[in-house]
Design a protein around this ligand. Structure first.
Ligand code: NAI
Ligand code: MG
Length: 498
């Protein structure tokens, strides 16, 4: 077990700790000289130390990004040249796939096999996909009608230009992949970036920064400032030199970001929390639905913004389904992510562990019954059992609040109207799952659910081509797909009198 929690030679990268910030293509320590530790959550011991950037370092990074945007070779490159660099970034991610997977496994806790199979290839694919958009950001030609200038003739067209310097603040649940989701569209559109990774998981973003330089990205185009949310993050969100802020994380901090952005009215996009319904009808393929419900909540320790955390099962199959999900939960091998036998790793941090176990205690007080799990594991590290809760009332906190851990709450429903009301009875609207063999029912329900993604007979399927984001308090705007590009572009109308 000792071996299975330790870094291997692949992650030599962070052994030269403290790891520095990346500003203007150079490794720089924080101006304050301060550093902070990032932990391995499987052992609760120090993994590496990292520069603790604050407002001064954010300011240096924003100025570097501004210079790169206004004067640098980046802004003079052709779209094709930009796309080629982005393609190389995707290639380099795959060439370093084992190393990057190990970094995220050690820093976040997730199973190495999951990081290697999902996080890393998805990150590479995002860059490849977005690389193609660099050459396709076209405006249009328009013939304007101007009633107060009779007889005048015009030729008009639109240009789509990068919004400018972008601040990006990302969470710890998919450290590399969240960096890719954010950086891809920024680079495709020709923006420059200051990226602030989560303080719990700073390592893979710093390594990605090095790989980006190796791919030929000019200095200052992507700057990585590691540090805490209240200092570095807040400074980035309020910085007057930043034209747009993109954030993924808690709804609570999303509100702070939106408020901080009002100073210079920078553009804001937010990808926030969820309490997504996963819905199983009696006519579903029950084996597939049970497996999908378990995967929908237990994937990545349940630390997934779109986790299917509310399970709705049609009354007559309720017992069968929840017992099936409980059985699946009990079969999951929880252990250090580096151990090849582990299906599920620890939670990311002491804070997250306390949060999730706090919800388990509240559930117990409210009389929610655990069909599986319900406790932390008695061992070092932040391990929590995969948990299935039943006997839940509409106002129970475990049903209403995002837990962000391996905890699913199951309720029965009678008919579609009853179900649609319950499914939409949340402040969130990120995702939903529907399991049925009746295709009309599935499509009708997909329309009624207020969520940015609806999966039918599957769950947690992500693709660079598909927009992802939230209705209601799950956010503003979309990540990925063609849709994300508009949030990194300004449209300019040019009107010529002929
Ligand atoms: P958080 O929202 O505090 O952290 C996300 C990012 O925001 C980190 O980079 C952090 O440094 C930064 N940040 C924190 N405070 C900030 C501020 N005042 N100004 C600017 N940036 C700031 O999330 P946290 O505390 O790590 O997790 C709490 C809960 O948030 C989780 O239990 C979960 O419910 C939710 N969450 C949702 C995520 C999602 O993917 N939508 C990801 C991570 C957490
Ligand atoms: Mg860590």
């Amino acid at each position: 077990m000792a071996v299975a929690t330790r870094p291997t030679e692949k992650t030599r990268f962070f052994k030269s700790s403290p790891r520095a910030l990346l500003i203007n293509g150079k490794s720089e320590q924080a101006e304050s000289g301060k550093t902070f530790d990032t932990l391995n959550p499987a052992t609760a011991t120090v993994l590496a130390s990292v520069a603790e950037g604050d407002a001064h370092d954010i300011d240096r990074a924003v100025r570097a990004a501004r210079r790169a945007f206004e004067n640098g070779p980046w802004s003079r490159m052709t779209p094709s040249e930009r796309g080629q660099i982005m393609h190389r970034i995707g290639d380099l991610i795959m060439e370093h796939a084992d190393e990057l997977a190990e970094l995220d496994c050690l820093d976040n806790g997730k199973a190495l096999s999951v990081a290697r199979a999902a996080d890393v290839p998805l990150a590479a694919d995002l860059f490849w996909y977005m690389a193609g958009w660099a050459t396709k950001l076209n405006g249009g030609t328009i013939t304007p009608s101007v009633p107060y200038l009779p007889g005048a003739e015009f030729h008009a067209y639109t240009l789509r230009e990068p919004v400018g310097v972008v601040g990006q603040i990302i969470p710890w649940n998919f450290p590399l992949l969240m960096a890719a989701w954010k950086l891809g569209p920024a680079l495709a559109t020709g923006c420059t970036v200051v990226l602030k990774p989560a303080e719990q998981t700073p390592l893979s973003a710093l390594r990605l920064g090095e790989l980006m330089l190796e791919a030929g990205l000019p200095d200052g185009v992507v700057n990585v400032v590691t540090g805490f949310g209240e200092t570095a993050g807040a400074a980035l969100a309020s910085h007057p030199g930043v034209d747009k802020i993109a954030f993924t994380g808690s709804t609570e901090v999303g509100r702070l970001i939106a408020t901080a952005a009002t100073g210079n009215l920078k553009k804001v996009s937010l990808e926030l929390g969820g309490k997504s319904p996963n819905i199983i009808f009696s006519d579903a393929d029950i084996d597939a639905a049970v497996a999908g419900a378990a995967q929908g909540i237990f994937f990545n320790q349940g630390e997934v913004c779109c986790a299917g955390s509310r399970l709705f099962v049609q009354q007559d199959r309720f017992d069968e389904v929840v017992e099936g999900v409980a059985k699946a939960a009990k079969q999951i091998k929880v252990g250090p992510g580096m151990d090849p036998d582990s299906d599920m790793g620890p939670l990311v941090s002491r804070e997250q562990f306390d949060r999730v176990t706090g919800y388990l205690a509240k559930g117990q007080q409210a009389g929610n019954r655990a069909l599986a799990g319900g406790h932390a594991l008695d061992r070092p590290g932040y391990f929590v059992e995969p948990t299935v809760l039943v006997d839940v009332e509409p106002n129970d906190v475990v049903l209403r609040e995002e837990i962000f851990g391996p905890v699913i709450v199951a309720l029965p429903f009678s008919d579609v109207d009853d179900l649609a009301r319950q499914a939409n009875d949340t402040v969130y609207g990120l995702a939903a799952g529907v399991w049925t063999q009746d295709i009309s029912k599935a499509h009708k329900l997909a329309k009624r659910i207020k969520a940015g993604t609806v999966w039918v007979n599957t769950y947690n399927v992500f693709s660079a081509e598909l927009p992802f984001g939230g209705f209601k308090q799950s956010g503003w705007g979309r990540e990925m797909g063609e849709e994300v590009l508009s949030s990194y572009l300004e449209t300019k109308s040019v009107i010529v009198q002929l």
